[in-house]
Design a protein around this ligand. Sequence first.
Ligand SMILES: Nc1nc2c(ncn2[C@@H]2O[C@H](COP(=O)(O)OP(=O)(O)O)[C@@H](O)[C@H]2O)c(=O)[nH]1
Ligand SMILES: [Mg+2]
Ligand SMILES: [Zn+2]
Length: 353
Amino acid sequence: MSEFAEHFGLTDEWREAAEAAHPAALEVANPPLRTGRIVRVERGECDVVTTEGRERVASDSLRSQDDLAPVTGDWVVVGETDTGSVIAAIVARTSTLARRDPSEQVIEQVLAANIDHAFLVHGLDRPLRAGRLERFLVLAWDSGATPVVVLTKADLDETDGSGAVELQEVIGAVAPDVPVCLTSAVSREGLSALDTWLQPGTTTALLGESGSGKSTLVNALLNDEVQETGEVRSSDAKGRHTTITRDLLLLDSGALLVDTPGIRAVGLWDAEDALGRVFGDILELGDNCRFNDCSHGVEPGCAVREAVESGEVDVRRLDRFAIMAAELVEQAEKQKQRERKEEKRQNNRRRNR
Ligand SMILES: Nc1nc2c(ncn2[C@@H]2O[C@H](COP(=O)(O)OP(=O)(O)O)[C@@H](O)[C@H]2O)c(=O)[nH]1
Ligand SMILES: [Mg+2]
Ligand SMILES: [Zn+2]
């Protein structure tokens, strides 16, 4: 099938936004300018599907002054330089899936952009950790995408369905308003229910632990073995290649999918509001604590601990909330330090000129 930007979700809005970015693009590159969407990012290069077709372009260092690295899902303006085609401008994102970079504690890592739905994928062959699910939920809400929990490997359920029901109860307690779908890539059970979200021109990202069945699910939806699958250990250099790039893939239905490499560490980045969506009840209860800055620990008059004692709030959930909230405070503090350092550096440089 030939590929054009029109198939990858190009709407009038995106077209107009891209055209508005033309003046900025012309500072970096020459015409002919064309609008496209990034479908794959590799070191220094991207595959972009433009209104002219698919092409490989340099992600360009000139443009990087604005600190924005192109990611899968981005809408971009491509133009020409002496050394070939480059991404000359990135169109403002409507959503970004981001986490704290696991290698660098104070850097945000954007996983994908312009995502409508996030499938939080969990395999029935392993225990569900509520804390993990909460993290993925926060990540998804924070991105602006709508989360859906997708349980995979239903064919492996030996409990005659009661295991899945139990799991759905656990998920319901953590995320009461989030839809849960039970699927199997092997029996193809439940796959058509995903059509609710996999609508033409919409983009869905798959998130979840390594081995949860994301790539297998993608292949089942594509009816093709595009993504490599298998038991994965990302530290296992000799192990087979698994998902390392994040590709934007086009389904026959016209829906778009982004498979992501198994995420082991879901460090939160700047996600206070999203935290409130997952732990809204605790935040609300906290309004009734005697102290404004109550940590819901040992302070007297703590409404949250009262709710724990009365059984209204699960104490383990409160613990997980406290950990994530502390993480966000710590991250914000580090970010501030980093900004101060950067400011100092720039001031010094100016003075030494
Ligand atoms: N029985 C069964 N196995 C599955 C299913 N989905 C994935 N798997 C297996 O689970 C393992 C991990 O799957 P993979 O798609 O690579 O997981 P990913 O790391 O999330 O991309 C592989 O061995 C798959 O064959 C399923 O629906 N049923
Ligand atoms: Mg995979
Ligand atoms: Zn309190």
